[in-house]
Design a protein around this ligand. Sequence first.
Ligand SMILES: [Zn+2]
Length: 269
Amino acid sequence: MELKSERSSAVDAVVEEILSRAHTVGRKELEAWRKPQREVRELARLDYVRVIRRTLDYHSLCATIDEIKEIWPELNRKQFRPKPVDYLAAISSDLRIHLQANPYRGPEGMALRGFYVDKAPKVLKRPLIYLNTAHDPAAVSATFMHEMSHHVTAKVTGRADNGVHYLFNAAHHDHLAQPAELVADAIVSLAGYPQPLARRIFATQWDWGLVARADRLPDQAFAQIRSHVRTLGGFDFTASLPPGQSFNYLTGMIHYAKLRWALLVEYDL
Ligand SMILES: [Zn+2]
């Protein structure tokens, strides 16, 4: 098994250590995670075109897209579908990245989606991606793509930042002010909404007019997005999920959809 050969006690120790720090590092995110309604409301209102004009480094995004197509040649052309962990492990192994995929539960475990860390800790000879598999498989695949984008961006820009990039469930709002995070989220949104689909959903009769904007999702677009996510992830925001978690996934859905909308109207991506 791919995963077993990747395991090492040194890597296990690093993962444990980083996880134990998540509660302190992510105090603000955990706070937000406990009150998910606020983030949903804010993100639903925000104009993402203004957000990407302010925060997104377009050249860094283009370079990351070019490079990541070595891994996923069909990015933004065909629908990316959730993949089993074995498949993600094989990709990581090819790229000489340690992958750790385990459930991290506990009272606040679900607040954490995963993290990426460059070679910083001395025991790590290779970069490391951790995925919290307590999440829905579609969310796990999206997390993998987000973390892989960090890896690729560091490679193409030559800027290794030697830090731990945590991905918290309630951090979408914070990402809007963080260039590296927004590039990683943009890649996930291109995978989730390839261009033909993005055009169908976002370029319809309620066209954006003269001024590019991506603020409130019209009901019709929202319904299409929800149905798309249901088909893709197999989940709907129903009673089977705890309410807090439903809100978290709903926030993610709105964030990635609006980011995708903004990328289309601003850069024609
Ligand atoms: Zn990140």
